[in-house]
Ligand binder design. Structure first.
Ligand code: ADP
Ligand code: MG
Length: 618
């Protein structure tokens, strides 16, 4: 007999399942869902008010963790064991973070180059994945508490510039928290959905999503057409946010504190108290004109004009990023259809005004800026739950994906900006007789030589049956799924031997590295083309030499001495040319070797053909 689930607390019919949307932020995280009755996205609020969960974790000497509001007080009195900005660590190695050590008041463990960074708290070490999972677990528990049902599936958002490693780390954190992550969605895409932009497949839009959070600033130019969300460009600063405005306020106040200054500087608890008061002042001034408070027998005051002046240089930096993003996307401000305001820091009235005048139009700020991303994630979750069947959201891959071929060349299988999910297969072959193994190395980037790109992973296709070079047909397939996670498989088609891997890189690029890699690709296009031509000429020359040497060895009894010495001389000339790296000379010497060997090669071939025909007669 079918059972009908009833929520015993509310007395209403229980929906079969709710997939939640999660904004896992650097400063704040939150969880939202589409209400089964109203069909509207709502953020979950504990006790009806607080929706933001500060992305902060406190760990005590026994390893007990506190997350969110409960951890907040420890930021002031136990800075070494209170972890913030975990998102900055996702998919990173210690080396990636070396330049920013002073930013973290907790201890990062120096690990080996190719391994993920770890955080040391007392005698325990934690990976960023584990730490993020603590935040996600807290969100999950909250949701279950409020919804009175178990929550096991989620959509989680990440910045548009997150690479495979960072996306995978986010996904893993979800799994560790007991969540099946159905989709990783770009934050600007989610914000756009929250504004209802792109929900109609007929929408043709060109958006600028201005996301100014606590510690990061992101600007994304997003084109929406035929239900496809395409990131045209991203720019920003991963160390620029509302925190910097708080710091500017602190510095401003410090000047008026005389001798007390040095005491504050020495005492990390006092300085974080002052930072929190600065943040409080900043938030107040988003709705009021004047702020004042007494602290440690000093009076601290700030008005909105002073705040705007202090924030001006920080704001200007965000606008410079916007200029660059527009240049990269090669679009004019006038062709933008909407400017979306996202992130808590866009609540400041002078930020809105500045951005509006930069883009020369009014901005969309009707949705709570710190909820927009979570609400959009909830809409995506609802679509995946099958509640909105007409919609299919697609993203694109920001960097090309390919494999290494002879001479260290990059063979692109999935070009950048391809819509994902995407699957591409291509055939390759061996270059040595009897070659039984083939190394398949996967790279990401825009340069022609793999050494200039980023290696994602590699594997060995083993057990190819012995065949002459060029005969095996190895089909390599790249499948990039909707989360931007890559599956690579290789199969030798004649024998069926196969191997496959899912690329789960342990660490990632620095946040700006994707942009840098794109830029490097553009900058070096001409040089790369020449390099590719040289490598191809060398590869051809090498195989010509190998073939000729094999041929001579096999048929020495059919060649005369002059033919052999001439050939050996031509081979030596070609080897010399290869060593000198001159493409023209290599090609010339390859042709000369070909010219010398061709007549006798043809003669011997004819003999062979004749013999085989005679053989048939018998
Ligand atoms: P993130 O996406 O980085 O996790 P949020 O979007 O939640 O961060 O933004 C957090 C930042 O927004 C903090 O620097 C906070 O001080 C700032 N903020 C929140 N509310 C206000 C407000 N009313 N006025 C000014 N700044 C605010
Ligand atoms: Mg955010």
């Amino acid at each position: 007999m079918p059972t009908i689930p009833i929520n015993i607390v509310t007395g209403t019919l229980q929906p079969k399942e709710i997939i939640v949307g999660i904004d896992l932020g650097t400063t704040n995280s939150l969880i939202a869902f589409v209400h089964p009755d109203s069909k509207q996205p709502v953020v979950l609020k504990e006790y009806g008010e607080q929706s933001l969960v500060p992305s902060i974790i406190h760990i005590d000497s026994s390893g007990t963790t506190l997350v969110g509001d409960q951890a907040l007080p420890y930021l002031q009195n136990d800075t070494k064991h209170t972890l913030f900005s975990i998102k900055r660590l996702m998919g990173k190695s210690y080396t990636d973070l070396k330049g920013y050590l002073s930013f973290f008041s907790y201890q990062l463990v120096e690990t080996k180059e190719q391994t993920a960074v770890q955080v040391q708290v007392y005698d325990k070490r934690y990976t960023p994945i584990e730490l993020s999972s603590f935040i996600l677990k807290e969100l999950k528990t909250r949701a279950e508490h409020i919804l009175k049902m178990s929550v096991s599936k989620a959509v989680i958002t990440v910045p548009a510039y997150f690479n495979d490693a960072q996306r995978q780390a986010t996904r893993d954190a979800g799994a560790l928290a007991g969540l099946e992550v159905l989709r990783i969605v770009n934050e600007p895409t989610a914000a756009s959905l929250a504004y209802g932009i792109g929900l109609n497949p007929q929408d043709e839009k060109l958006l600028a999503v201005y996301d100014f959070g606590g510690g990061t600033f992101d600007i994304t130019i997003l084109s929406i057409s035929n239900g496809i969300f395409e990131v045209l460009s991203t720019n920003g600063d991963t160390f620029l946010g509302g925190d910097d405005i708080d710091k500017a306020v602190v510095d401003y106040w410090m000047k008026g504190l005389g001798d007390f200054q040095s005491q504050i500087k020495k005492d990390s608890n006092l300085s974080s108290q002052l930072r929190l008061i600065a943040e409080e002042a900043k938030k107040k001034l988003s709705v009021e004109e004047q702020f004042s408070v007494h602290w440690m027998s000093h009076k601290l005051t700030l008005n909105s004009l002073e705040l705007a002046r202090l924030a001006e240089p920080i704001l200007q930096k965000t606008l410079d990023c916007c200029t660059r993003a527009l240049e990269d996307a090669k679009i004019d401000i006038s062709s933008l259809t909407d400017i979306l305001m996202v992130g808590g820091s866009t609540r400041m009235p002078f930020v809105k005004n500045k951005v509006a005048s930069f883009f020369n139009r009014s901005v969309n700020d009707s949705i709570n800026p710190d909820e927009a991303v979570a609400l959009g994630a909830a809409i995506q979750a609802d679509i995946l739950a099958g509640n909105n069947k007409d919609l299919l959201l697609l993203d694109v891959t920001p960097l090309s994906l390919g494999i290494e071929t002879m001479g260290g060349l990059m063979e692109v299988l999935i070009p950048r900006n391809s819509k994902i999910p995407i699957k591409v297969a291509k055939q390759f072959t061996t270059h040595k007789d009897g070659q039984s193994d083939m190394r398949i190395s996967v790279f990401q980037g825009e340069r022609d030589l793999v050494e200039d790109n980023r290696k994602l992973g590699e594997f060995l296709l083993k057990g190819i049956p012995a065949m002459p070079a060029g005969l095996p047909k190895v089909e390599i397939t790249l499948l990039l799924n909707a989360d931007g996670i890559l599956q690579v498989s290789a199969q030798e088609l004649r024998s069926g031997v196969q191997h496959q891997i899912a690329i789960k890189p342990q660490l990632g690029l620095t946040d700006t590295a994707v942009e840098d890699m794109l830029q490097a690709g553009f900058d070096s296009a001409k040089q790369d083309k020449e390099m590719r031509a040289l490598v191809e000429a060398k590869t051809e020359a090498h195989s010509m030499i190998t073939l000729t040497e094999q041929f001579i060895k096999k048929n020495s009894n059919l060649l005369d001495a002059v033919e052999i010495t001439n050939t050996q001389q031509a081979i030596a000339n070609l080897q010399e040319a290869i060593a000198k790296n001159n493409k023209q000379v290599i090609q010339q010497k390859t042709n000369q070797l070909n010219d010398i060997s061709k007549p006798y090669a043809e003669r011997i071939m004819n003999i062979a053909i004749k013999q085989s025909l005679e053989g048939k007669k018998i």
